[in-house]
Design a protein around this ligand. Structure first.
Ligand SMILES: Cc1cc2nc3c(=O)[nH]c(=O)nc-3n(C[C@H](O)[C@H](O)[C@H](O)COP(=O)(O)OP(=O)(O)OC[C@H]3O[C@@H](n4cnc5c(N)ncnc54)[C@H](O)[C@@H]3O)c2cc1C
Length: 386
């Protein structure tokens, strides 16, 4: 089947800029911003941004295909390029008209990045225990705290901070903060084991003051849940892309590897493993696309923001990330074994693919946390099963 133009543009970028450049991408050098600048040359930077802000206005189904294609070449690049969807979804649906106009249009025009700051060390995944505070002072809101992980913050145009309302123990806010606001300190960049062409930071917020109009409408934790729907499905799509690459790398290796006097490709054990990979890849792809369609169906509604608030966490976003993370990890792990000792060295790209794959089952909720959520939200509720 003929590829659509946007996918051919992504493949062209991946071939020119990412494939074969693994040593550079895996080096944890400076975040490769010029590289991301060149992605903008495809016309697809922030591809999900609505047309009303000058964006390409693409759906999550196309997003799954783009993220998988990028991750085939480098999952760190894929993650860097799509993770702004988390912050922009919250701002687009829950920011007032002036705030959206002031920040979303320029983000698109400048092919820029934004970031979300939710995670904290002590709270872990129990986000209701976060200690970053938002204090109302006249017409302003002042933020104080420390955020453990936030991707893209250093070079973001704006960040969205999730904070506890100082005057309401049960209240949480999501606040848009321009990156150049005084009081934001990037304390360090994490030395991560995979996705090393992406950049994730620990950030301190001290007396960060913005107008009260920068507070998004609704409970900040609920808005974060809504924002995570798209990014969790795209994280799952990166597992798909990495798994496809693993399969192809195995086939390449097997051509030159001889076992019992014949190439590995002629070996029944190898064939069985690759056949199994293909079945799993097919199911991952279908699952990612089905989840994306469920999301797009809601996103197309005129009351999408309200409907997402009602739904909160989409079941498909949770199950797809879990399934693709677990299946992808099984594929990468089996494949690394197939390379023998070489699979445990930096000689082959398989080690990088294995490390990159690991993040799928950790970031935006580890599997224990997601299993807990699926159980409490989607297994128990049949009449609350008293
Ligand atoms: C590369 C990278 C990029 C990231 N980018 C961002 C970002 O841009 N913005 C952001 O806000 N965060 C970001 N994060 C944070 C990331 O989303 C969290 O690290 C992830 O959700 C796991 O949460 P945690 O680190 O708080 O660990 P926890 O969830 O606290 O997990 C630690 C341990 O506690 C266990 N545990 C926790 N809850 C339960 C439960 N309910 N049941 C059973 N066991 C449980 C876990 O299984 C695990 O063993 C990033 C992290 C990484 C590594």
């Amino acid at each position: 089947m003929k590829q659509p133009d946007y996918l051919r543009a992504v493949q062209g970028f991946a071939r020119r800029e990412l494939l074969g450049k693994e040593a550079y991408l895996d080096a944890l050098a400076e975040a490769p911003l010029p590289l991301y600048g060149r992605f903008a040359g495809t016309g697809l930077a922030n591809w999900w941004m609505p047309k009303e802000f000058g964006g390409p206005g693409m759906g999550l189904e196309e997003g799954v295909r783009i993220a998988a294609e990028l991750a085939y070449a480098d999952a760190g690049a894929a993650f860097t390029l799509f993770i702004p969807v988390l912050a922009t979804s919250m701002v687009n649906w829950y920011g007032d008209a002036e705030l959206r106009e002031r920040h979303l249009g320029p983000l698109v025009a400048g092919n820029g990045f934004c970031a979300t700051l939710g995670s904290e060390h002590a709270a872990g995944s129990e986000l209701a225990r976060i200690s970053t505070t938002a204090r109302r002072e006249g017409g302003a809101v002042v933020l104080d705290g420390r955020k453990a992980f936030s991707t893209n913050t250093d070079f973001a145009r704006f960040i969205v901070v999730i904070a506890r309302a100082e005057d309401d123990p049960a209240g949480y806010l999501a606040v848009l903060v321009p990156r150049d606001t005084p009081g934001i300190t990037v304390e360090k960049r994490w030395d991560v084991i995979g996705l090393r062409s992406s950049a994730t930071y620990q950030v301190a917020l001290s007396g960060v003051r913005v107008p009260a109009g920068n507070v998004l409408r609704g409970n900040g934790l609920r808005l974060l849940e809504v924002g995570l729907n798209a990014s969790r499905i795209l994280i799952a799509a990166t597992a798909l892309g990495i798994a496809r690459r693993v399969r192809d790398v195995c086939m390449e290796y097997a051509k030159s590897k001889s076992v019992k006097g014949a190439p590995l490709t002629a070996n029944a054990v190898f064939a069985g493993r690759l056949g199994q990979f293909e079945m799993q890849i097919e199911v991952m792809a279908n699952q990612c696309l089905a989840a994306a369609r469920a999301y797009d169906e809601i996103a197309a509604r005129p009351d999408a923001g309200e409907e997402f608030l009602r739904v909160g966490t989409l079941k498909q976003a949770l199950t797809t990330k879990m399934f693709c993370g677990q299946t992808g990890w099984g594929i990468a792990s089996t494949a690394s074994e197939m390379f023998g000792g070489l699979g445990y060295t930096h000689e082959s790209v398989i080690g990088k693919l294995l490390r990159d794959m690991r993040y799928v089952s950790i970031v935006e909720g580890g599997d224990d946390v997601l299993r807990d959520l699926v159980f409490s939200r989607y297994v128990v509720p049949v009449s609350k099963r008293s």
